[in-house]
Design a protein around this ligand. Sequence first.
Ligand SMILES: [Zn+2]
Ligand SMILES: [Zn+2]
Length: 235
Amino acid sequence: MGKFELPGCLALQPAVGKFDARRARRSPSLPTKQSSRSKHAPLEWRIAHVSIGGTNNILVMDPLPKFPLFPNPVDEGVIEKSKVTCDFCNQSRGYMYSTNVYRDSTESVICPWCIADGTGEKHRIQFNDSQVSAGEQYGTEELGIAVWRTPGISALQANYWLACCGRACIYRGAAGESELKGKWKEAASFLVEDLAVSAEESDSFISDMSRDGSPRAYVFQCQNCKKLLAFSDCD
Ligand SMILES: [Zn+2]
Ligand SMILES: [Zn+2]
């Protein structure tokens, strides 16, 4: 780790506790700023880096389903080309979900179509955290989409889904120094302010960020005011 302690990592505790999908489903009451990150997460975080095979000679038959809150899951590496057959629809359609889930049973592979159409939800596979950090509440229906019908972001710890203007934000992607000093500079300001990083430390705080490493930031955009927001974590 860097020369100083990262506020984002101090605030984030490893998720512990038993998976409780019914509780998560029934209780979309969302904590306010900071509290979700400083308290325990309700679900056990299982990293299911499933083996989805090689990418050679794949004939992609079906266009990918659209995820309104996560428009670019292939670019973000959470959906990958694969010849593997989905455990839920028993089809091999050219892509497979390849990152983290919250669940209480053994690992299985799920395709993007089964995430989008709610098959994963029926099997209580949760892709993002039901708690929201950094802000406002948003509607139960949109929370349900973020949690149950949207691919998980590639967070190192919990997959929070940020909110602004009473809506779930759109996830733009993981970010490191170059993104946070370039196209997503506004998100860096949000992060520094949200975590109360001092002016002296802010430059090295951002410089330590790595899109593929740790610590890492996750950038979201408000559907309404278009503001960029972010949270960060580390392994
Ligand atoms: Zn499927
Ligand atoms: Zn907004």
